[in-house]
Design a protein around this ligand. Structure first.
Ligand SMILES: [Fe+2]
Length: 230
């Protein structure tokens, strides 16, 4: 299983409180909101990346550890050996015609998206794979021209370069941060598509005799990077 998708069960009233907080933030930062650009309003670059610190997020954050635990369990990873941290969290506000272009979050380990409100046809979340493991001729699966010329006879999930997912309100998806992903343009004129993205960094609880993974934060030592006096 590549990703983990779950309904979090945040109550309607708690989700509405988060929704209102996001709309207020978009209003506050209105000078950074352009309804005519093709890119969604993204809180990390238009406001800040600490949306997890507001009190309205608490009901969601109380459920996040269990979702992470289920993801680790599904992957066969021993959760007791690791400590997870939210390192960045921000809302995304996407109106009709807007999309979120192909990207990945290289600075974190696990990324997640919680869906506060997903109106109909407001854009599919999709994973994208430049390098499909079973693509025995590079480019064979990624070009429509090859299919049109008869080299491919049917679509198959195993060779998919893009995997679109229909997400629903109150669902959370977790996936490796290194994975390329995007959100297709919204076609919904009535309501914005509103979601919250998380970046999660994972360290070992103990670095004794372990090579993989970051050591625990209490073993880190800060270095002030200085310039030599000239
Ligand atoms: Fe993303």
């Amino acid at each position: 299983m590549y990703f983990y998708k779950v309904g979090l069960g945040v109550s309607e009233s708690n989700r509405q409180a988060i929704h209102s907080a996001i709309c207020s933030l978009v209003d506050e930062e209105a000078e950074n909101f352009d309804a005519f650009t093709d890119t969604a309003w993204l809180g990390d670059i238009n406001a800040s990346g600490d949306f997890h610190t507001i009190p309205e997020m608490q009901p969601l954050l109380e459920r996040l550890p269990f979702a992470l635990g289920e993801y680790f369990e599904a992957l066969g990873v021993n959760a007791e050996k690791f400590q997870a941290y939210i390192s960045r969290c921000w809302p995304a506000y996407q109106t009709v015609g807007q999309e979120i272009h192909l990207h990945r979050h290289m600075q974190s380990n696990i990324s997640g998206v919680y869906y506060v409100d997903v109106p109909p046809e407001s854009g599919e979340f999709a994973f994208y794979f430049y390098d499909v493991a079973c693509e025995f001729i590079p480019g064979l699966f990624s070009s429509d021209a090859h299919a049109e010329k008869g080299l491919l006879k049917s679509w198959n999930l195993m060779r998919a370069t893009e995997v679109p997912l229909v997400m629903e309100t109150d669902q959370l998806i977790l996936f490796p941060s290194k994975t390329l992903h995007r959100v297709h343009p919204s076609k919904n004129y009535d309501r914005p598509r509103i979601s919250i993205a998380f970046d999660i960094n994972v360290t070992l609880r103990s670095s004794d005799k372990q090579e993989a993974g970051m050591p625990p934060l209490d073993k880190w030592q800060g270095i002030d990077v200085l310039s030599n006096p000239s």
